[in-house]
Design a protein around this ligand. Structure first.
Ligand SMILES: CC(C)(COP(=O)(O)OP(=O)(O)OC[C@H]1O[C@@H](n2cnc3c(N)ncnc32)[C@H](O)[C@@H]1OP(=O)(O)O)[C@@H](O)C(=O)NCCC(=O)NCCS
Length: 402
């Protein structure tokens, strides 16, 4: 069936009953109607006007958020469209409706000037066919608290304290400083912070230049307790060690600490027996946790995507983006951390890749040389070395999934 008859518009309060009905049909977890309603009326990432509906006649047949957010890449806050809660009504699945809604969202995001769209995919293949690229994975360590160096617990005694309400600004400022050094951390609004800080089960410990936020989980009384770290933010290594030491000091209560770190973080190398009393298998003697896949990214306007982020090194190269229906060649010159894009000068040495892989290289923490090793990108060795230096980006490790 054709999708040409679809109309798109932002949701309003009158649509909420149908929106909730569709949400219940698409996301069948045990969230209550009240919780789901709050997802639309008091979402920390945006408003109901950011929720876009696809209608056939008067009937709402699909829906999704397109939040206007900013996230940090290469030391610059970059505007992005964050897509979430995509759902098509069960009776009209497989007709291309979600695809048409996504294409509408891509255009909307492009027209308002975003450099990329980002989403957490239920299945990568579904979005890959629409030009989305993958991003670096994170390590989700499952750590016996006793594995954390004892000296860090000693550090914690002098440096770490319980957060009080007057520490809100310290926490917010520490986050902003840290976010600007990361790939993919969001610029948080006041509404976001209000929600974040008032979560009943979330606890904060602070140091002068950092903090750790975590939640304790226990399935029933007397069962093992897990401490899940929501975010660990520190300006310097000593503060980070002290904050980890303060978590280690909870080892009488806590059986395991869950902590996500980026792919390049060497933390597990200092932990002695992080797998504690977990036992291995014939193939894996020490299982330290899980590898977690990152969000997916898509770029619509290639020059804008190239110019929006910050860069660690100066240099110039040509980029050719090719696909089934396109071949676009541009020349990129980076000076003082900013890129300028012009029509390609036709230099022989260029990176040749797809739109999806360019998204992964520019914003997803994929090195150009690694993309070449995976058969996703072509360039000669000198151009690859130059691209690795110019495009270098810490692995993406966002802390606020949507
Ligand atoms: C995911 C969902 C939105 C898709 O809606 P839809 O309107 O049926 O999707 P479309 O018709 O546009 O796309 C279906 C197409 O994608 C393909 N497809 C569907 N799932 C796929 C997958 N996991 N991998 C690859 N392709 C997939 C289908 O084969 C079809 O391709 P075709 O058009 O060539 O036959 C719908 O199934 C849904 O609401 N699911 C529950 C909620 C959910 O998981 N949302 C995603 C949150 S990220």
């Amino acid at each position: 069936m054709s999708t040409e008859d679809l109309r798109f518009r932002p949701a309003t309060a009158e649509d909420l009953d149908r929106v909730l009905e569709l949400h219940f049909a698409a996301f069948t977890d045990d969230r209550s109607a009240t919780e789901r309603r709050r997802n639309f009326t008091a979402n920390p990432l945006g408003s109901l006007a950011d929720f876009v509906l696809a209608l056939r006649g008067e009937d709402i047949v699909a829906q999704a958020f397109l939040f206007p957010l900013e996230a940090w890449f290469g030391g610059r806050a970059v505007r992005l469209g964050a897509i979430a809660s995509l759902a098509t009504a069960p009776e009209v699945r497989g007709q291309g409706i979600a695809t048409a809604l996504l294409q509408h969202l891509h255009v909307t995001s492009d027209v308002r000037g975003d450099a990329l769209t980002m989403l957490y995919a239920f299945r990568h293949r579904f979005y890959a066919r629409l030009g989305y690229g993958t991003t670096s994975s994170r390590k989700r360590l499952a750590i016996d608290p006793a594995a954390i160096p004892g000296a860090w617990r000693t550090l914690a005694r002098t440096r770490v304290r319980r957060a009080r309400s007057e520490d809100k600004d310290l926490i917010k400022r520490a986050y902003v400083r840290a976010a600007s050094r990361t790939s993919g951390w969001l610029t948080r609004t006041d509404a976001f912070w209000d929600r974040h800080l008032s979560r009943e089960r979330r606890q904060f410990l602070v140091a002068d230049s950092g903090y750790v936020a975590f939640q304790l989980r226990q399935s029933e009384a007397h069962a093992a307790t897990t401490l899940a770290v929501d975010e660990l933010v520190a300006d310097d290594d000593v503060t980070r060690c002290a904050l980890l030491g303060s978590l280690a000091a909870m080892r009488d209560q806590v059986a395991e600490i869950e902590l996500e770190i980026d792919a390049n973080d060497p933390l597990e190398l200092v932990l002695l027996d992080p797998d504690g009393r977990r036992f291995g298998t014939d193939a894996v003697e020490h299982d330290l946790g899980t590898i977690v896949g990152g969000p997916m990214l898509r770029i619509e306007d290639v020059p804008r995507a190239l110019e929006a982020r910050g860069y660690p090194a100066d240099g110039a190269l040509d980029v050719v983006v090719h696909g089934a229906a396109e071949e676009l060649a541009v020349s990129v010159r980076v000076r003082d951390g900013r890129a300028e894009v012009a029509a390609a000068r036709g230099a022989a040495a260029a990176l040749r890749t797809t739109r999806a892989t360019l998204a992964s290289v520019l914003y997803g923490g994929l090195r150009a040389s690694d993309a070449a090793r995976l058969g996703l990108l072509d360039a000669d060795a000198r151009t690859l070395a130059r691209a690795d230096a110019i495009f270098a980006l810490p692995p993406i490790a966002p802390v606020d999934p949507f």
